[in-house]
Write a protein that binds this ligand. Structure first.
Ligand code: ASP
Length: 438
């Protein structure tokens, strides 16, 4: 029989009505055996996520403010869900424990993690599933990084003991027993870890949109949804700022070759987006899979005559960045020029020092620093087969009267990256979308 791991985001578990919808989805398919919930999200635009309320409590305690009244709001959210679902479950003892632990300096991550923990308890009770506390099965290493192999070993053993279980997302435990969370949106990662450990056939990630869009809907009106996308394409788009799934959620399922299906809790019949290890097929009318863009880059262009014949030139340049603990994002180069693209926020304070070191290290003819650069990634596995994609991108952008400051085609032919002025990011993105998606 098939096995599916299902993760539900905060908006899918924001109130009792959503809990009912989630239970309906789970019960509809017996393969949906392991469930990873987030903390309750926003019920309306102006609402506050429980995770943010917990962070706020932590800050209040640090500032020696009284949390009594504010913490009561958190209790109210959980108690409202329980009452409205009509389950016989008293969570007050847990809530009091959480409050006291927070008051006795149990840490910021502990505070934040309780959003998922408490929601997991309620969901397990409502579904009649076992509850597996993530603190027993999701392990971090001494240095704070996730311990994938040890976790996989322990978690797979644990899952074998349960027919159905709820495993709260977002957190795990350090070797010394303290709670540690992933970065924000980290329940996606837990879902992926559980899918790998369970040897699932599919990881369903339920959210409030029907999958990935080909472009940011805040820029392109009503963009088409992406049907199928490969892990690698997704990685390129997520890196460039396309959200929906946490960037790190790809790795655990990728190791195991498990596909991810992004689904909409509020429209479960929609197909959503399938994220797959590899795909031969693509819609020949859609050479590209998606477009994403990000602001905040700086290009440092180093020019020197006969650079191409100077052995070790590139290494010396990169060594300067390494010594200053700056990682580079892209490296487009010409015969006598080398351009290092970095995030502006990372380099800002170190810029002068880096420029001086570069001058000493490679004695360039000129060095130019260009701030205010936005990068746009046009991604698609169809580009390998289609001729003239780069030409179409360039003409579309120039027809929109946008100046291209850099162009870089990945050797995998999976993406073309272009750099434009930050102010022109939206015009460029719209122009490329209109060219490829008609
Ligand atoms: N509740 C956490 C957050 O708001 C984790 C998650 O929802 O995935 O970031």
């Amino acid at each position: 029989m098939q096995l599916k791991v299902v993760k539900f985001g905060g908006s899918s578990l924001a109130d009792a009505e959503h809990f009912r919808q989630v239970a309906k989805i789970i019960k509809e398919d017996p393969a949906r055996r392991f469930v990873v919930p987030s903390a309750p999200g926003k019920r309306s635009k102006d609402d506050t996520k429980v995770t943010d309320m917990l962070y706020r409590c932590y800050e209040m305690i640090k500032a020696k403010e009284d949390i009594e009244e504010y913490f009561e709001l958190i209790c109210k959210r959980y108690n409202e869900i329980i009452a409205d679902l009509g389950i016989n479950f008293n969570i007050d003892g847990e809530l009091t424990y959480v409050k006291n632990a927070m008051l006795h300096s149990s840490g910021r991550d502990f505070a934040a993690s309780r959003g998922e923990y408490l929601n997991g308890l309620i969901l397990a009770k409502y579904l009649g599933f076992d509850f597996i506390d993530a603190e027993n099965v999701i392990l971090f290493k001494e240095n704070g990084t996730f311990d994938d192999e040890k976790t996989n070993e322990i978690l797979s053993e644990e899952l074998k003991k349960h027919e159905h279980a709820v495993i709260p997302g977002f957190y795990g435990v350090m070797p010394n027993g303290t709670i540690k969370t992933f970065s924000r949106g980290g329940s996606d990662i837990t879902g992926s870890i559980v899918a790998r450990a369970a040897g699932a056939d599919l990881y369903e990630n339920w959210t409030d949109v029907s999958g990935f869009m080909m472009a940011d809907p805040r820029i392109v009106e009503n963009p088409c949804a992406i049907d199928t996308i490969t892990y690698r394409e997704l990685r390129e788009l997520s890196y460039m700022g396309a959200t929906v799934l946490h960037e790190d959620a790809i790795f655990p399922v990728r190791i195991a070759g498990i596909p991810i299906n992004i689904k909409n809790t509020n429209a479960p019949e929609d197909r959503g987006t399938m994220i797959v290890p590899c795909a031969k097929d693509y819609d020949s009318k859609k050479v590209i899979t998606g477009i994403a863009g990000k602001r905040g880059f700086t290009a440092i262009t180093i020019e020197k005559d006969m650079m191409n014949s100077e052995v070790g030139f590139g290494r010396k340049v990169l060594e300067v960045f390494e010594d200053n603990e700056v990682s580079f994002e892209h490296l487009p180069s010409g015969i006598d020029t080398m351009c290092v693209i970095v995030q502006t926020s990372v380099i800002e304070e170190k810029q002068e020092k880096i420029l001086n070191s570069l001058t000493r290290a490679v004695k360039p003819d000129t060095i130019n620093v260009d701030n205010g650069l936005a990068l746009l990634a046009v991604v698609g596995r169809g580009m390998v087969k289609a001729k003239g994609t780069a030409a179409r991108i360039v003409s579309a952008v120039s027809a929109a009267d946008v100046n291209i400051r850099m162009i870089d085609q990945g050797s995998s032919e999976l993406n073309v990256i272009i750099g434009v002025d930050e102010k022109e990011l939206e015009s460029a993105l719209k122009a490329i979308y209109a060219e490829f998606v008609k």
